[in-house]
Design a protein around this ligand. Structure first.
Ligand code: UDP
Ligand code: MN
Length: 292
């Protein structure tokens, strides 16, 4: 027993006095230049709200060099993920389910095993307040989907990188596919106890405020919208589908009329950040060519 006590003391001394937060990261994904622009705004917004965690972006081979250069300035780590070229289980999975290409790329976030815990965020999200407290949550924590609240929305979720989980996820997606054709279907199938097992894994909606919810429940938006921490521009029309006139501060283009009616202020926030802090970085890489 004495030996055992001594062993315990030794083990405690071995425990390194590390700052665990340096092993935690926000992770996003961009497979093309449009989503890369979204990732730039997201990265900037996380920095502007003084996150203490690392920032990681997974990029596909189609993201151009100028965009990768800007991402390298904003993110601690820019990791190229080429599923077709990976030669691992992801490649095999992809041969069976070519429709799930982007999904397999997203699942790569589980391979970031040099971090103990991460928060994945879609490239079409915008952080409007510090959200570092999300690292107190466990895998898999996420907010309900506004369209089907028994499913979680996979635009923002807390996870723990692990090769074992990654392999199981790939196996699950090749066997079962995705009921919605994307990562949300796969992840809800895999983490199927989310809706009932543990309420602490239900993130408050303000961590993934989908713009769609504003249309569908305006009184709730009026009551709680001011507390929003993350805006998610979910759906077909993305902020970068519009155009912006910095002089008049007007957002124009596809669907801008509908958008203007309800969540124009968030769209304006996205464009203000993009034009003031991202465009100058891009112009540095494109010479005198205007980049919009
Ligand atoms: N994504 C990507 N390239 C694509 C489609 C999606 O990189 O062609 C990534 C990106 O991070 C995006 C996420 O996958 O935010 C989920 O897709 P999206 O946001 O378009 O889906 P929605 O939230 O509208 O359902
Ligand atoms: Mn999204």
């Amino acid at each position: 027993n004495e030996d055992l006590a001594e062993l315990r003391v030794c083990l405690r001394r071995l425990d390194p006095p590390v700052c665990y937060s340096s092993y935690q990261a926000f992770v996003t994904l961009a497979t093309n230049d449009n989503y890369a622009k979204g990732a730039m705004v997201l990265g900037r917004s996380l920095r502007n709200h003084h996150t203490t965690r690392k920032l990681v972006v997974l990029v596909g081979p189609q993201v151009s060099d100028p965009c990768q250069s800007v991402l390298k300035k904003l993110y601690d780590e820019v990791r190229l993920v080429d599923v077709l070229d990976s030669g691992d289980t992801a490649h095999l999975a992809m041969m069976k389910r070519p429709d799930l290409g982007v999904t397999f790329t997203k699942l790569h976030c589980w391979t970031l095993t040099h971090y103990s815990k991460c928060v994945f965020m879609d490239a079409d999200t915008l952080v409007v307040s510090n959200i570092d407290e999300l690292f107190e949550r466990e895998e898999l924590s996420a907010a309900p989907d506004p369209g089907w609240p028994d499913c979680f929305n996979s635009g923002v979720f807390v996870f723990c990188p692990s090769m074992a989980t990654y392999d199981r996820l790939l196996q699950y997606s090749t066997e079962h596919g995705s009921f919605d054709g994307g990562d949300q279907g796969v992840l809800n199938g895999f983490f199927s106890s989310w809706s009932t097992a543990d309420i602490s894994k239900h993130l408050p909606f303000i961590y993934n405020l989908s713009s769609i919810a504003i249309y569908t429940y305006l009184p709730a938006f009026k009551q709680y919208g001011a507390n929003a921490k993350v805006i998610h521009f979910l759906g077909q029309t993305k902020p970068w589908s519009h155009t912006f006139d910095p002089k008049t501060r007007q957002v124009r283009g596809e669907g801008a009329q509908d958008v203007a009616a309800s969540h124009s202020s968030f769209l304006l926030d996205w464009w203000t950040l993009y034009s003031a802090e991202v465009v100058p970085m891009l112009q540095g890489h494109y010479g005198d060519q205007p980049f919009h």
